[in-house]
Each structure stands twice: as structure tokens, then as C-alpha cells.
Design a protein around this ligand. Structure first.
Ligand SMILES: [Zn+2]
Length: 325
């Protein structure tokens, strides 16, 4: 009697799957890169002399990447337990990413920041406290202090001491991303005078909106196919992102996407200009968020007794769904 081949095949697939999924000590002992790992196809070293801004959601230019080349970026961390899970997934595929740290979180979880450095990732900066109001709604002095304090906290967590200082020393990694992409011309000029580059994003996972890991995976895959290349924004603070990342990286390998690792360098990077008719998507979103906050503040104020002190922070309700943070 012939064996049931289909049953055999399914059994083997199941055994293979169980083996693949088996919990092991991979997190403790770095394994050599498997030959079919996604890996890093090239490292782009970026000089930041005089400053520049890249990322088509906010700026009319981005890094000149080839078709199917992707730069992975993760914002707002470190965070437990999601950042460790993200790092495990990246390590398994020998992929390097850039983490835009919130200084307050780096201060609280320095071991995770040190792990990011030890595993070869790049550390960018994303303010000290990620103010809900965004830097655009702070005074220029308060916004500059947020940036400086953030870089100092990130560097102290990563290296034990801050290389950066207000006295003029450059940050070790002169990469910065504005919370909610809410920049101002004055702050961009201030950063440029310090040779700090500003990163926007070319596309994003929208992982600030809650969804299942499966929905998150499908959304990112759809956007990867549509955009074809670019700087992709995730949040390593999100469980759904940490959960779907192993499957995403596998699928990127299957579909022929390549990971470009960015790191500080000396030469200005090759840029590509935005297509004709470009407009800033983040400006529209910021305008909507501010309008909503103004509406909420007004409704809130109308409900208060006339002599009650209004809240200092008009954005206390936080960013609504649909807006990046
Ligand atoms: Zn953020």
C-alpha cells in the first residue's frame, strides 16, 4: 500500500514548523547567521555636516535607495517587553535597524540601549520626554532643551557618558526625528548648526493604531509592495509590531526586499528628490490634530466653571488615531 504522501508532507511541515518555533536559547547565545537570513545588503554611511532633512512624508527629498531597498527605523523605545522581542527578531535574521530613542525611556532601561549598541544597531534621538504637545508647541528654548536632554540621556544609557553637550560637542550619532514629525524652521536650523540630520519617514506601519499582528503584517506588506523602497517607520513600543516582525522579515526575504543599514559617516548622502506635485503629508495630519485639540480644549473649557484654571497642555487627550507619534 502506498503511503499517503499528502499526510506525510503535512506531518513534515508540522515538524519543521514546531522546530522553527521551538523556544531555545537563541536570545542568550548569538547564533551564526543562517545562510538564508535576510541580513543587511549594504551600509549607507551618512555625513551630516551642515545638516539635512530626509523622508518624503515631511520633506521633498529622501535617501537615494534602489528598488526594493528598505531602511528599518523604530521609534519611542526602549520599552519592555517589546523592544527585546524586536531585537530578537532582528538578530535572528541578522538585520540592523535604527532606533530613535526617547531619552526618558533610555534612562529607565539602559540595558536595552546597550544591547542595541552591542548588536550593531544605530541609535538616533527623539527628544527626552516625547511631549504630547510636540516641539512645535513648546517655546524654542524648551524645545531645544528637550532635544539636548534627550541626546544626553540616550548617550549616557548607551555609553555610560554623554559625548554631546550644549558646549558644542557633536552627538555620536547625529540623527534626530521630531515627535509627530512636528518640526519648525527655527529648530531645523538649530539642528543643522549642530550638524544633526533630521529624519522623517518615506512610509510607515501606522502601528499607533491598534490592530492584530496579522492585520499589521498585511498592512506593512501592502505598503512595501506599493512604495517599493524607502525609510520605514515602526514603533518598538508596540506589541503588534514585535509580534509580527519575525514573519515580516521572512516575507521580505521571500519577496526580494533588501535591508540597508544607516550609520554616521563623513560624506553627504546621495538624495533623491520627491516626485513632481509633492506635498507634505505630515503637515496635513499635524493641522488636523491641532484643530481637533483646539476643539477639544474649547469643549473642555466650556464645561469648566468660569473661575477654573484651564489645563496648561491643550493636547492632554493625546494624539488621535491616524496620527504618527
Ligand atoms: Zn515618536
Amino acid at each position: 500500500m502506498r503511503p499517503n504522501r499528502r499526510l506525510w508532507t503535512s506531518g513534515l511541515v508540522l515538524i519543521g514548523f514546531a522546530f522553527f518555533q521551538a523556544p531555545g536559547t537563541a536570545a542568550e547565545q548569538p547564533a551564526p547567521c543562517p545562510p538564508d537570513a535576510l541580513g543587511v545588503s549594504r551600509t549607507l554611511r551618512l555625513g551630516t555636516q551642515g545638516g539635512w532633512q530626509a523622508g518624503l512624508k515631511t520633506y521633498p527629498r529622501s535617501l537615494a535607495l534602489d528598488d526594493h531597498e528598505i531602511v528599518l527605523t523604530f521609534d519611542d523605545g526602549p520599552h519592555s517587553p517589546t523592544t527585546a522581542k524586536v531585537l530578537d527578531a532582528l538578530r535572528k535574521e541578522c538585520v540592523k535597524a535604527t532606533f530613535f530613542l526617547v531619552g526618558h525611556n533610555a534612562q529607565a532601561l539602559p540595558d536595552l540601549v546597550k544591547r542595541e549598541v552591542a548588536e550593531g544597531h544605530t541609535l538616533g534621538h527623539h527628544t527626552f520626554s516625547h511631549p504630547d504637545a510636540t516641539l512645535r508647541r513648546l517655546s524654542e528654548k524648551a524645545a531645544e532643551a528637550e532635544i539636548t536632554k534627550g541626546i544626553e540621556a540616550d548617550e549616557k544609557a548607551a555609553y555610560g557618558q554623554a559625548a554631546y553637550s550644549e558646549a558644542g560637542a557633536a552627538p555620536k550619532t547625529p540623527f534626530f526625528r521630531f515627535p509627530g514629525f512636528a518640526d519648525t524652521p527655527a529648530l531645523v536650523a538649530w539642528l543643522s548648526a549642530r550638524n544633526i540630520a533630521v529624519f522623517g519617514a518615506d512610509f510607515w506601519a501606522s502601528d499607533w493604531a491598534h490592530m492584530t499582528p496579522e492585520a499589521q503584517l498585511n498592512l506593512v506588506l501592502t505598503r512595501l509592495e506599493k512604495e517599493g523602497r524607502g525609510i520605514l517607520l515602526f514603533h518598538d513600543t508596540k506589541q503588534q509590531t514585535a509580534d509580527m516582525l519575525p514573519a515580516l522579515l521572512r516575507e521580505m526575504k521571500q519577496r526580494g526586499f533588501k535591508i540597508v543599514h544607516i550609520a554616521p559617516g563623513s560624506d553627504p548622502p546621495p538624495m533623491r528628490a520627491a516626485p513632481e506635485g509633492w506635498t507634505s503629508e505630515t503637515e496635513k495630519i499635524i493641522a488636523e490634530v491641532f484643530a481637533k485639540q483646539a476643539g477639544a480644549s474649547k469643549a473642555d473649557a466650556d464645561q469648566r466653571r468660569p473661575n477654573q484654571t484651564p489645563q496648561a497642555d491643550p493636547s492632554a487627550s493625546g494624539a488621535p488615531m491616524g496620527a504618527p507619534r
